[in-house]
Design a protein around this ligand. Structure first.
Ligand SMILES: [Zn+2]
Length: 251
């Protein structure tokens, strides 16, 4: 347990999630720590992780302390581990992805805003294709909420290259901007409140599980949970006795 770490700040949580986004299911916690540290290591540069907007954000923090922060993120249900062969890879939990997809959509929007200010016409939109659908739809939702028609030319460019379902959503967004449709403030508030809630994280605690075999309740301790998580295992289904019996141990 990382009891020595207090609750990470919202900035730290967001920064770690943003760094993780570029190596999701492709790298482990050490690589993640190196992005945050601003490492010049070959692998970091090869994967162009020095291009991450949060590259080097924790430059002044010791590497082991950065890793502690990452572990804290895992303990509090922002990040998880999945195994690719023998290699433990960082993945988002539902909570982590909820926050990251929202801030990533914001990032895309501010990029468009900047391009428009720079007078960039007809940017190449293929970078938006094959992205996570949920995040892309959220991006469109946020464009709609700006009620700003300046985005329409970009939307038209994007519409040319994406798939049918996304195209339909782009079309609806253009229409809403043209018609100056009112903002669904309730929806915006709900989204914000749920992000705020997600940012609180979930403090690790012992869980009382029910055995699939004998129905008895058993405790799944924080320590065991950590062990399972780091191994990429799901929760145990059986109590210790039933597990031992299945493994052929004698009582
Ligand atoms: Zn049992």
């Amino acid at each position: 347990m990382n009891e020595k770490i207090n609750h990470l700040s919202e900035y730290e949580i967001r920064t770690i999630l943003r760094a993780a986004d570029d190596i999701i299911a492709q790298g482990g916690r050490t690589l993640l720590a190196k992005i945050l540290k601003g490492s010049r290591e070959k692998k970091v540069l090869q994967l162009e992780l020095d291009q991450s907007p949060v590259y080097g954000c924790f430059r002044l923090v010791k590497l082991e302390d950065v890793i502690d922060k990452i572990d804290w993120m895992m303990d509090h249900d922002f990040l998880g581990i999945e195994y690719s062969g023998k290699l433990p890879m960082i993945v988002f939990t539902e909570r982590g992805w909820q926050i990251e997809s929202d801030q990533r959509a914001d990032e895309l929007l501010s990029e468009w805003k900047q391009w428009l200010e720079e007078g960039k016409r007809q940017p190449e939109m293929s970078y938006l294709k094959d992205r996570n659908r949920h995040m892309i739809f959220l991006f469109l939702e946020k464009i709609r909420e700006t009620q700003d028609r300046k985005y329409i030319p970009y939307l038209l460019e994007w519409e040319k290259i994406d798939y049918k379902k996304v195209r339909a959503k782009i079309r609806a967004t253009i229409k809403a901007l043209e018609a100056n449709d009112p903002i669904d403030h309730e929806n915006v508030q709900r989204r914000k409140a749920s992000i705020k809630e997600a940012l609180k994280g979930s403090a690790p605690q012992d869980l009382l599980l029910k055995c699939w075999e004998c129905g008895k309740r058993f405790t799944f301790t924080v320590g065991e949970q950590q062990f399972y998580k780091q191994k990429g295992f799901v929760h145990p289904k059986r109590c210790e006795e039933c597990r031992a019996r299945r493994n052929g141990d004698i009582f």
